[in-house]
Design a protein around this ligand. Structure first.
Ligand code: GLC
Length: 490
């Protein structure tokens, strides 16, 4: 392995500890900390949202301006410096774009100018990098929000001394979200509003930010090997397979790691009793603590947990049709998360009808998430698609057996009990068929009742499967070196 230490600019629209709506934030944190641990000079750039943590202690570093040709508007912005451990995190502060209640929208409605907001963020990130006198070897972009960066580098900054040797990498965390915007609304970046490249146009008038990133980055990856192979197919790519196929030789899947500093039952500060694979007895106290906290009876019934954004992606179209049958069994089910009103409405109505068996907490809570990971016996992820999934990794650490659909990163990380009882770390079903899910849940309930020792053994075994960021980082380093020293076919 090449021992060269790199200068890496990591650009992300969210980062755990600063701002978060989903798994991207966890990865932005875990991956950058590990790259830093490996000795690379890594810096992070992110929007300075109203709700950003560390706002009070952020240090004002720069006053900058984006000059636009369009009606001679100059967009002023500030750069503030914060820290993640000792990694510099620069916040791009423009109140018009980022001093808002939400990151991407309010309620369930996205901000109408998200295209302009993240076009601004992308170019501001490059202006800030130059002004900070930082010359990155690699600019690591994440998802559609930063998809324009490789294009801006290859157009506006083509001959700029700062970036002559800089290469770009784009990680797709979820190809379902592509950022499709009307070009004419992007006057702040004329090179975008004039772009005529078929590969990135959704139609004559609309540009697809994710496709821009896929097309113009030097190397691209996604967050599991199996999702990478799905993205090369029409069925699994959300309409982006032509783009991924044309970059096949520059594209790979790298499984996310798990941040064991945050997710470890031995040290977790949110749970009633710490425990480990050697002595799992504390888990029973976590279970009763969770039941009490949520007003469920403290019984030995199996507890199933689910923590996620409430979207179709997460498999509610499979779960909701069988809820009635499932809740007839002696089980307890806990779902926590916020999202689409059509899903929350149905879950609310089940919660009213089955108050002794089903609790639905319609919000995001870090503390409760930890309590559920520790207190549940099983963790449900019947996703329709799942680029990587992180909760199944957290669940394994807590000895909470994942029940997943064989898709994306879930397929790469969870193996089924019936296939290979000795090596399994969970339960897996395949088809997008509610009855398959119901059958699997019944199989799990039976095993729980008939073979409690086997369940204990499986829990301990699950706790011993590890997904270290240090392993994923080796693949990222390889990707960076390939971007730097190998020809790309963009
Ligand atoms: C997105 C994906 C999820 C992945 C996460 C981090 O939230 O939906 O599967 O684990 O990004 O990469």
């Amino acid at each position: 392995m090449n021992q060269q230490k790199l200068k890496i600019l990591f650009v992300s629209s969210e980062i755990e500890g600063f701002s978060k709506t989903g798994g991207l934030a966890d990865v932005a944190r875990g991956l950058t900390i590990e790259l830093h641990n490996q000795g690379h000079d890594i810096r992070v750039i992110t929007p300075f949202y109203r709700t950003i943590e560390h706002r009070q202690t952020a240090k004002h570093r720069l006053d900058l301006v984006l000059n636009t040709d369009y009606s001679h508007v100059n967009i002023h912005f500030k750069v503030h410096e914060m820290h993640l451990d000792s990694i510099p995190v620069y916040g791009i502060d423009n109140p018009y774009y980022f001093d808002r209640q939400g990151l991407y929208g309010e309620g369930n409605a996205p901000y109408l100018d998200n295209g302009e907001r993240f076009a601004f963020f992308s170019v501001a990130a490059l202006i800030a990098t130059d002004a900070l006198d930082y010359t990155p070897d690699i600019i690591h972009c994440n998802d559609w929000h930063t998809g324009l960066i490789p294009y801006i580098l290859k157009t506006r900054y083509k001959d700029h001394f700062r970036f002559t040797t800089t290469k770009t990498v784009l990680t797709t965390h979820n190809a379902c979200y592509q950022g499709i915007y009307e070009k004419s609304s992007l006057n702040i970046l004329p090179e975008i509003s004039c772009c005529m490249d078929d590969r990135v146009l959704q139609s004559f008038d609309y540009i697809n930010y994710l496709k821009v990133g896929i097309t113009y980055s030097d190397k691209i990856n996604t967050v599991s090997p199996n999702y990478a192979s799905e993205l090369l197919t029409e069925l699994g790519s959300h309409g982006t397979h032509h783009n991924f196929l044309s970059r096949k030789h520059d594209f790979e899947g790298i499984l996310n790691g798990c941040d064991y500093n945050d997710w470890d039952p031995k040290t977790d500060k949110y749970i009633p009793k710490n425990y480990s694979a050697k002595d799992i007895s504390g888990k029973a106290l976590c279970k009763s603590g969770l039941q009490k906290k949520l007003g469920l009876a403290v019984t030995n019934a199996p507890v199933f947990g689910m923590i996620c954004r409430l979207t179709e992606q997460k498999g509610f179209g499979l779960l909701i049709p069988i809820m009635e049958c499932f809740l007839k069994h002696n089980v307890q089910l806990i779902i926590i998360g916020s999202g689409e009103p059509s899903i929350t409405g149905q879950l609310d109505s089940f919660a009213q009808r089955y108050p002794d068996k089903f609790k639905f907490i319609n919000m995001y809570s870090n503390e409760l998430s930890h309590m559920i990971e520790a207190g549940a016996d099983f963790f449900l992820m019947p996703s329709i698609f799942e680029p990587c999934g992180l909760n199944q990794l957290y669940s394994l650490t807590y000895g909470t057996l994942p029940i997943v659909r064989a898709v994306g990163g879930l397929k790469d990380s969870i193996s089924d009990y019936d296939d290979d009882p000795g090596n399994a770390n969970g339960f897996v079903f395949c088809k997008t068929d509610p009855l398959q899910l119901l059958n699997l849940l019944r199989r799990v309930i039976l095993l729980y009742i008939e073979k409690p020792d086997e369940i204990e053994r499986l829990k301990r075994k699950a706790m011993r499967s590890h997904f270290y960021w240090s392993d994923s980082v080796k693949h990222y380093e390889h990707l960076y070196f390939n971007a730097l020293y190998q020809q790309s076919n963009w």
